[in-house]
Design a binder for this molecule. Structure first.
Ligand code: GLA
Length: 390
């Protein structure tokens, strides 16, 4: 389903019998730099065409009413007495954003909100950040307030960390707010400085959903973070290195005896991945797609072997992809344990690539993969600015 602003506005009118204002936020795909964000590292995501639309209108009784068109469900409560009380369902994401805005001292009056989106859930494309950022944009406008880009991103991350209870880093929210069309974003997750990098015109980014679901809020993502943090704590104690971002593989080797084999391997992935992001940037600036692709394949092997965050089906997708004509690189993208691969493919080969990948994957796994040929899109702020200019 492709979600258009008009569809969202109509859904809101049907539900609440009144017109609203609409604010959108995209999903994202990460080209390279996985599991580096929460240790101050480097990532290279871009926004993609899937999006969440949040439609908002005021109400006078001081209540927050969130309606999800996708789930066909409503969540409603009094704003003034709201606490931090997640319920383990979709409404935790928008409610968490409201909670954070209030924590920032932003007064939000009663409202009705309709959320509607086409971001595949649990596919590693940041459906959660998309919902959070769309909600933040709508509620800020409703409150007559504005915040700088960085603040919107950190606030939405806080909603996810402290309200929803998922320990995610800053990558998703940052790129979903700040992306710019036709550019990938190289983000330094420690300083929050970023560069916008052009992708060569002769390639397409193809996303392929293995259809194996993952959930950041539970399980393995949190386990990996604990393993990483345990390793980082050893580096801190032994060598005074605060963040893995500043460690070398030699530093890690020097501490090997003091950490579990799992922590060692997870940290090695992160250290080598930061190096690959820097090399990937250089390759992009030189227009060297072959090199960029090889770095993606190395990144996949590192996610699979050192970070142990791939799965059989995703490995099959990468293996098939790399045998196809015109495919420069393929890797798992996002949190891992299922979800999507991201592939960089020669533009002229993109359609046959999708066909071959789907066919061979179905043969091997009996699963019908969904594939999308994407271009880097705008983030929520650029989308809002365009709306004003229309
Ligand atoms: C999820 C998290 C991000 C990041 C990635 C892995 O998408 O939300 O913060 O950690 O996993 O790179």
């Amino acid at each position: 389903m492709k979600v258009e602003r008009e569809t969202a506005l109509r859904a809101h009118e049907q539900r609440f019998r009144e017109a609203g204002r609409v604010f959108g936020a995209p999903a994202r795909v990460n080209l390279i730099g996985e599991h580096t964000d929460y240790t101050g590292g480097l990532v290279m995501p871009m926004a993609i065409g899937f999006r969440t639309e949040a439609v908002v209108s005021g109400r006078s009784d001081g209540r927050a009413v969130f309606y999800s068109e996708n789930f066909g469900e409503e969540a409603s409560f009094e704003i003034a007495s709201m606490g931090r009380s997640p319920e383990g369902r979709w409404s935790d994401y928008p409610a968490g954003v409201l909670w954070c805005l209030r924590e920032e001292g932003i007064e939000v009056g009663g409202f009705n909100m309709t959320l509607v989106g086409d971001v595949p859930l649990g596919a590693g494309l940041s459906s959660s950040a998309s919902v959070e950022v769309a909600t933040a944009m709508a509620l800020l406008a409703h409150a007559g307030a504005s915040l700088p880009m960085e603040k919107i991103a950190t606030l939405c991350r806080r909603a996810e960390n402290e309200y929803v209870g998922a320990k995610s880093g800053i990558m998703d929210q940052f790129v979903v707010v700040g992306a710019v069309a036709e550019r990938a974003m190289l983000l330094d997750c420690r300083s929050l400085e970023y560069e916008l990098l052009p992708l060569p015109a002769q390639v397409r980014v193809v996303i392929c959903n293995s259809m194996v679901k993952h959930a950041v809020a539970t399980g393995e993502y949190g386990d990996r973070r604990d393993e990483v943090e345990a390793g980082q704590a050893v580096l801190r104690k032994r060598l005074g290195i605060e963040l893995l971002r500043d460690a070398t593989v030699a530093d890690l080797e020097a501490c090997r005896d003091e950490m579990s084999a799992a922590s060692f391997a997870r940290c090695r992935h992160i250290i080598t991945e930061n190096g690959r992001v820097v090399m990937a940037k250089e390759a992009l600036l030189r227009g060297d797609v072959e090199r960029f692709g090889r770095l993606m394949v190395e990144a996949h092997a590192s996610m699979r072997d050192d970070f142990a965050a791939s799965c059989e089906e995703v490995d099959v997708l990468v293996e098939i992809a790399m045998r196809q004509e015109g495919c420069y690189g393929a890797r798992i993208t996002g949190g891992g344990f299922g979800g999507c691969t991201v592939n960089v493919v020669r533009a002229a080969d993109a359609e046959p690539f999708v066909e071959a990948l789907r066919g061979e994957y179905a043969e091997k796994t009996a699963i019908a993969a969904e594939c999308f040929v994407c271009a880097p899109g705008d983030g929520a702020l650029a989308m809002a600015a365009q709306e004003v200019g229309r």
